[in-house]
Design a protein around this ligand. Structure first.
Ligand code: PLP
Length: 450
């Protein structure tokens, strides 16, 4: 589309007039005005086009404006836009079937929500009612959403302003080899010590007080730390031994991101509850949910489940999920994510890491990769301090600005950039983005001291 800066300025002014933005000091932000998007790209009104290496908020797994999904939403809108959750609706049942067919093990009942945080809220409610126990354990390096229970479960600093003492949440350390909380010297040690730490946390909290352990299968926003072999199976065994519900949060890792429908497949582990959102329909219409095991579903066979949402299983959202899942299967989009990760992103990032003093580690799978930026490769001191803002965060700001000047929209969190393009990304697009990333890392190299 032709540049139209005047239109862009009007869109911005209208935004500033009445829109209140997430996570922001309203007087300090300047939200870019976006004119359109297609596939892996979006563009503004000034003639700038960006390759989206963030998939928005790691949700556009099929890219923007997939024609089959757009058509399905249009058809459903013409047929029936909305219906209360108490009715049986064809597209809702079909979405539930397609999801249940892909979730691991016996997770065969689907409770629909509007997004990830509500999925976490309801999974925790189910676990507490199923066990009759109050507490939930989660990892410090985690993000689970911004509603009451979900933000308390979250480990990152977004929790701090919303911490409430009564939430019944206990945090523990998950495995993270590069910054091992356990001073481990190898993966096997990291796994063994992380499990021993969890076991001890449970012993001191009192196993009979713990309803659930919730973990992101592969922690996302917190740094894409692929768990060591045996860790999730070990957590599964600990949960079974203590009668604790195991919840895997696949809001970010699910629906193709790791090169599998669900990341749990990589580890051969079946949780009792699995939360999803984002990639289920690439966010074309808000949708999330909980996949529920037969045993937990049975708890609510004769006893009412005390939770609901006006838009649970919304027909437009479900129609978009049906079209998304079918398109992903027909076009082998999950396989594409796996292949691009193995053959393009992984090798390129490892090669980039060898040339840039600011790159401490690269890690990931599928289209789910983290680049950890450091001041010094020996000491592993992060390029910016934990939760830095303002001048202290300038090195990451300069890196992000360099990416954007090169037409690449990066995902940046703390001292990391994540390479999380759509699962549909082509080899040529991935290479284009990785070349821009390579150049932009020179801005980060300038801040190294090693
Ligand atoms: N869980 C995980 C693992 C997430 O990454 C997110 C969002 O980034 C959420 C939950 C919350 O999802 P939502 O923002 O849709 O409420």
């Amino acid at each position: 589309a032709a540049a139209d800066p005047a239109a862009g300025a009007a869109v911005k002014a209208a935004d500033r007039a009445h829109v209140f933005h997430s996570w922001s000091a309203q007087g300090l932000i300047d939200p870019p005005a976006i004119a359109g998007a297609e596939g892996s790209y979006f563009w503004d009104y000034d003639g700038n086009r960006y390759l989206d290496f963030s998939s928005q908020l790691v949700n556009t797994n099929i890219g923007h404006q997939h024609p089959k999904v757009v058509a399905a939403i249009q058809e459903q809108a013409a047929k029936l836009c909305t219906l209360a959750p108490g009715f049986a609706v064809d597209v809702r049942s079909e979405a539930a079937r397609l999801i249940a067919e892909r979730t691991p093990g016996d997770l065969d009942k689907i409770f629909f929500t509007n997004g990830g945080a509500e999925a976490v809220e309801n999974a925790v409610r189910m676990a507490r009612l199923h066990t009759g126990r109050p507490k939930v354990l989660s990892a410090y390096r985690s993000y689970h959403g911004a509603t009451a229970a979900a933000i308390n479960l979250t480990g990152d600093p977004r929790r701090w302003p919303s911490d409430t003492a009564s939430a019944g949440v206990v945090h523990f350390w998950g495995p993270f080899r590069y910054r091992s909380p356990f001073h481990a010297e190898n993966e096997a040690q990291e796994c063994e010590r992380a499990l021993a730490h969890l076991e001890q946390t449970i012993a001191f909290e009192g196993p009979q007080t713990i309803a659930a352990i919730i973990l992101e299968t592969v922690p996302g926003t917190a740094g894409i730390m692929v768990p060591p072999a045996g860790y999730l199976a070990g957590v599964r065994e600990i949960c079974d031994r203590h009668g604790i519900v195991f919840i895997l949060d696949e809001v970010m890792a699910g629906f193709g991101r790791t090169g599998r429908w669900f990341a749990a497949e990589h580890f051969g582990v079946t949780p009792d509850l699995l939360t999803f959102a984002k990639g289920v329909n690439s966010g074309y219409v808000p949708l999330g949910g909980v996949a529920i095991s037969a045993e937990i579903a049975a708890t609510f066979d004769q006893r009412p489940y005390p939770g609901g949402l006006t838009y649970s299983g919304h027909p437009l959202a479900c129609a978009s999920a049906v079209a998304t899942i079918n398109a992903m299967a027909e076009e082998r989009i999950v396989e594409n994510a796996d292949r691009i990760g193995e053959t393009v992103i992984g090798p390129a990032l490892r090669e980039i890491a060898g040339r840039h003093p600011s790159v401490g580690e690269v890690r990931g799978m599928g289209v789910f990769w983290a680049v950890e930026l450091v001041k010094d490769q020996e000491t592993r001191e992060p390029l910016v301090p934990y939760n830095a803002s303002g001048a202290a965060n300038a090195p990451m700001g300069e890196f992000a600005a360099a990416c954007k000047r090169a037409g690449l929209w990066p995902f940046v969190n703390m001292n990391r950039t994540h390479v999380v393009p759509p699962c549909t990304v082509t080899e040529a697009e991935a290479k284009e983005g990785l070349a821009a990333l390579d150049d932009a890392l020179t801005a980060a190299d300038a801040h190294t001291t090693g």
